[in-house]
Design a protein around this ligand. Structure first.
Ligand code: ZN
Length: 181
């Protein structure tokens, strides 16, 4: 069940798209201002995801849940961290997935075809699906291999080299996903 809801700060649009693909109700707009993010998170009980430490501190003072994204921002790593912290499910349920463009609910309109109930964009499970699954498998393996480590504190540069190598690969993949999803 994808019950957790998120609001994602500007600059993290790709992460927002991934959360929507995974079926999580995720608000994102590159024009969101800090006050708006905090107000919306408070009213709609959404978890804030940001790279802005100041925003995160203000949110926490109000008792809101906030997740700081590592500046390296590798999708598979970030998804693995979110899975550990908020128990998000890293498997795609095609019938629960949301529109990656607008967060709308997808309706099944054919054998292998879904349409966004809001922006009417049509989706199908094509070749790009493998790319999505590969990233998720990578993320799942990191959830297992990093079990129990204290991530998301920004204090441990451990594994930095590996991360930058990986983010290069995943940038290509992300471009691919953006083009096709
Ligand atoms: Zn849509």
């Amino acid at each position: 069940m994808q019950t957790q809801k998120f609001i994602v700060d500007a600059m993290l649009g790709k992460l927002a798209r991934w959360l929507r693909i995974l079926g999580y109700d995720t608000l994102y707009d590159s024009s969101y201002e800090d006050w708006k993010i905090i107000k919306t998170a408070e009213e709609q009980k959404r978890i804030i995801i940001t790279r802005d430490r100041g925003l995160c501190n203000r949110a926490k003072k109000k008792g809101l849940e906030c997740f700081m994204v590592n500046p390296d921002y590798d999708i598979a790593n970030t998804l693995a961290q979110l899975a550990r912290k908020y128990k998000i499910d890293l498997h795609v349920n095609v019938d629960a997935t949301r529109c990656s463009e607008c967060n709308g609910i997808l309706l099944k309109v054919g054998d292998n075809k879904w349409q966004c109930s809001r922006c009417k964009k049509v989706y199908w499970k094509g070749r790009h699906w493998r790319t999505i699954e590969e990233i998720l498998i990578k993320a799942q393996s990191r959830v297992e291999s990093n079990e129990g480590s204290s991530d998301n504190r920004g204090t441990k540069p451990r594994g930095r080299e590996k991360v930058s190598k990986d983010s290069q690969t995943s940038d290509n993949v992300k471009a691919e996903v953006n083009r096709q999803v």
